[in-house]
Design a binder for this molecule. Structure first.
Ligand code: SF4
Length: 349
């Protein structure tokens, strides 16, 4: 912890520097994470200045479909779908096209701008990959949704095929720092992950890459992750807070509290000023009653469930967004018509 208030930076000076494109120093980044709780509102106000400059008070919604679950040969320690997990989850091969399309329909009903199609596994087989491309073409032909594909490790050839099919963005998280990566996965490397992000970029697809916090990493690892994402110039940054799932090696990890999660979000906003920052898995579990405060640094959330864990009901998300004075962003980037909101608030789900 920082021992004296005199050593703390002025948060609004940091925000001004972030807005001018300057990089925080490692010491300043550390100060953001180590600040005492009574500084939190000032930190949030500074991060919000940066968020408001790029995103106004709009909140983007994403909807996740776990289109292929479990049966993964990798050993990511946080993941309930890995080969070493004994968690009781549903396991299934790639869903049939009609099920994928009906999930896209649900995403559109929930006013999600982006449909995230996720499959488990190290890398898709050609047969699965072709079916994913087919589903993408169908969704693009029928819905005004952006599509984000999360398919594991991808070659440059595969990313070009995804671009040709109409995929708007590809998610491949760095997950943690290069230094900490071997502590959470031994079947692929940090460099493998970076290579996929670079292949996505080379294909001209928007990059989506973030991390999972609360996996035993140090503050330095958190800072390394933020700096790596900036260096890779990723466009969209999902930040997950670990949900320790029984049956996974990280089942006992309980390192986060809502204030620390908010400080982490502030750090990422200051380091990645113009990027879309999304509070992803673990929002309800770790931010708890402070969830709305997460919207000050972040401009995006998931609506609906996560991969193998449930999220809160969609109408609670809409209510939270509206109560905090934010507005929903429609799929085309405009503000969602206010007269739609009352209907959404009474919708099921
Ligand atoms: S995160 Fe992906 S690659 Fe890793 S174990 Fe889970 S499904 Fe497999």
């Amino acid at each position: 912890m920082t021992s004296s208030l005199l050593q703390l930076p002025d948060w609004h000076t940091l925000a001004s520097r972030s807005l001018s494109g300057e990089m925080l120093t490692r010491k300043e980044a550390r100060a953001v994470l180590d600040a005492p709780d009574d500084m939190l509102l000032e930190q949030l106000a500074a991060a919000y200045r940066v968020r408001r400059h790029y995103w106004g008070n709009r909140v983007r919604l994403h909807f996740l479909l776990n289109a292929q679950s479990g049966l993964c040969p990798e050993d990511c320690h946080y993941c309930s779908q890995s080969k070493i997990s004994t968690a009781e989850i549903e396991k299934y091969p790639l869903l049939a096209q009609d099920k994928i399309l009906s999930a896209a329909d649900r995403a559109a009903q929930l006013q999600a701008g982006t449909f995230c199609l996720v499959i488990s596994g190290r890398s898709p087989t050609e047969s699965v990959f072709s079916k994913v491309l087919e589903a993408v073409r169908e969704i693009k032909a029928n819905y005004n949704l952006k599509i984000c594909a999360c398919l594991g490790i991808l070659s440059e050839e595969q990313t070009h095929r995804l671009a040709a099919a109409g995929v708007d963005r590809v998610n491949h998280n760095l997950n943690t720092s290069e230094n900490h990566h071997s502590q959470i996965c031994t079947t692929h490397t940090f460099d493998d992950r970076v290579a996929t992000v670079k292949n996505v970029k080379a294909a001209g697809i928007t990059t989506c890459s973030g991390g999972i916090l609360g996996m035993g990493e140090s503050d330095e690892d958190v800072i390394d992750l933020a700096f790596s994402l900036r260096e890779l110039e990723v466009t969209s940054v999902p930040l997950n807070f670990l949900i320790p799932i029984p049956g996974t090696p990280l089942a006992q990890k309980q390192e986060l509290n809502p204030r620390q999660c908010l400080r982490i979000l502030c750090l990422f906003r200051l380091v990645l000023p113009s990027q879309e920052i999304r509070i992803a898995g673990g929002r309800e579990v770790h931010l708890r009653s402070l969830q709305p405060l997460g919207l000050y640094p972040a401009n995006s959330i998931f609506v609906g469930d996560y991969l193998t864990t449930p999220g809160q009901a969609a109408h609670q998300d809409w209510q939270m967004i509206r109560d905090a004075g934010f507005v929903l962003e429609a799929a085309d980037g405009s503000v969602l018509e206010e007269d739609l909101i009352p209907n959404l608030l009474h919708a099921d789900g």
